[in-house]
Design a protein around this ligand. Structure first.
Ligand code: LLP
Length: 432
């Protein structure tokens, strides 16, 4: 579900022409739809209304301050993975008291900062981390609220690089060992055992893995509640979104599916999880990232060259793998559409960026409408893990970002200045 649509032949974000934004702000350009963001947050919030819950938006998916502010305004909490993300949340007006801090490598400095700011909970990934939390909390004369991330050993059926809930990877503590860990942790005076957490992976498009994992952990959560008084259970993030609507729904064009259901709807997700979660009598936490922001963003790029070799039709664009790494990194699919549809003829096309790597390629041999130099293309569903994973590889400044709300549009990230690329660098004295 999203608020991008085609009006006559022109792509719009809510009430604003994408072409007009590209001309005004240049490309590559990320454009976000605020209504799409809010819609997804509210959908999930409503679906879980039958239980006391807190949605902690996963900041890593897209940490732009305007996005964080929008969500904070809707009452969202935040799932953070670094001191830097906590500072961003605070800068955007989010409440530390609604933040959960995940990650296998929290440093003493990060723990100190998070304790001083009074976050809701640390999601702990190992026993040495519990010991460190206890030590730092003692030094600050505070109590650290903790939840252990239990690994339920469930395969999420997603890409190998984004699955996390099996014993093959570095995350969490095996569920059989969790009770022993709580027992030992209960003897550490500066810890408060506040919850139990899980997260099995990302872009999960069926409800079964979630259901299996929650069912596996529910009895454990009840025992921990009785014995240690935990107050919440977190089901993590991971809800998938539609990247390839033509395949999912049979619709010929992306914008025709504007009203179509997400693959795994929030209603279906809630309907299957609520019966497992409600009897626990615990507060439920959710940590969605992609579900909230994925379909709320697009990346607009200009065609620089069309290069037709005997075998191939290459469309060389001004966005590259540094702006959106998902296709290169995960072989991820992003729908590509012309911002203005000028011709009906289509042909097999490779859309590639200017970076000197063969993996700098957004699609291969995909049937796309014919485009010419100077026209714009939009890479869709790029709101999550798009700008957030971008880099300046090949001396390319970070793209500008615009937020749209109805008929209004505002720059929410200036295009990075080229001089900023080496701003922190210095010539060693012996080279001067
Ligand atoms: N909670 C934890 C503990 C996580 O590790 C993650 C994501 C989330 C929540 C949010 O997951 P989501 O709801 O967005 O699926 N860069 C990859 C995705 C990496 C996800 C990492 N962890 C991609 O572009 O597909």
């Amino acid at each position: 579900m999203h608020y991008f649509s085609c009006v006559a032949t022109k792509l719009h974000c809510e009430g604003v022409s994408v072409e007009a934004l590209a001309r005004k702000h240049g490309t590559p350009l990320y454009i976000y739809s605020q209504s799409t963001l809010s819609h997804h947050f509210k959908k999930l919030d409503t679906a879980f209304a039958p239980v006391e819950h807190l949605i902690c938006y996963s900041v890593k998916a897209n940490a732009n301050l305007a996005i964080l502010r929008t969500l904070a305004g809707l009452g969202s909490g935040f799932d953070i993975v670094s001191g830097g993300e906590l500072q961003r949340v605070i800068a955007a007006g989010g409440e530390p008291g609604k933040c959960v801090f995940a990650g296998v490598g929290k440093t003493e400095e990060e723990i100190t900062f998070a304790l001083q700011r009074g976050i809701y909970c640390f999601n702990v990934e190992s026993e040495p981390e519990l010991a460190r939390l206890n030590r730092v909390a003692a030094r600050l004369k505070k109590t650290a609220p903790v939840a252990v991330r239990a690994n339920p050993d469930v395969a999420a059926g997603t890409h190998a690089k984004i699955t996390t809930g099996t014993y093959e990877n570095k995350f969490g503590i095996a569920c059989e060992k969790v009770e022993g860990v709580y027992e030992r942790a209960s003897r550490l005076k500066h810890l408060r055992l506040r919850g139990l957490q899980m997260h099995i992976g990302s872009q999960i498009t069926t409800v079964e893995p979630f259901e299996q994992a929650v069912a596996r952990l529910a009895p454990l959560a009840l025992r921990l509640k009785d014995r240690h008084g935990i107050e919440f259970f977190s089901a993590g993030g991971g809800l998938g979104i539609v990247y390839q609507p033509a395949l999912e729904s049979g619709a010929a064009k992306w914008w025709e599916t504007a009203a179509a259901a997400d693959i795994l709807t929030s209603q279906r997700y809630a309907a299957r999880l609520l019966p497992l979660v409600k009897p626990l009598g615990l507060r439920l936490l959710l940590e969605p990232g992609r579900f909230i922001v994925g379909n709320a963003g697009i990346l607009v790029t200009r065609v620089e060259y069309v290069k037709r070799t005997g075998k191939k039709n290459f469309v060389i664009v001004d966005a590259a793998m540094n702006d959106l790494i998902r296709p290169a990194f995960y072989e991820a699919y992003h729908e590509i559409v012309p911002v203005v549809r000028r011709r009906s003829q289509s042909l097999a096309t490779d859309v590639v960026g200017p970076i000197c790597e063969s993996s700098d390629c957004f699609c291969k041999d995909r049937i796309l409408p014919r485009v010419e130099e100077g026209e714009y293309l939009a890479l869709l569903s790029a709101g999550a893990y798009g700008s957030a994973m971008s880099s300046t590889y090949n001396g390319r400044p970070l793209a500008a970002e615009v937020l749209v709300n109805g008929n209004r549009a505002a720059v929410v990230r200036e295009r990075q200045l080229v001089a900023a690329l080496w701003a922190g660098e210095k010539i060693a004295p012996w080279l001067k």
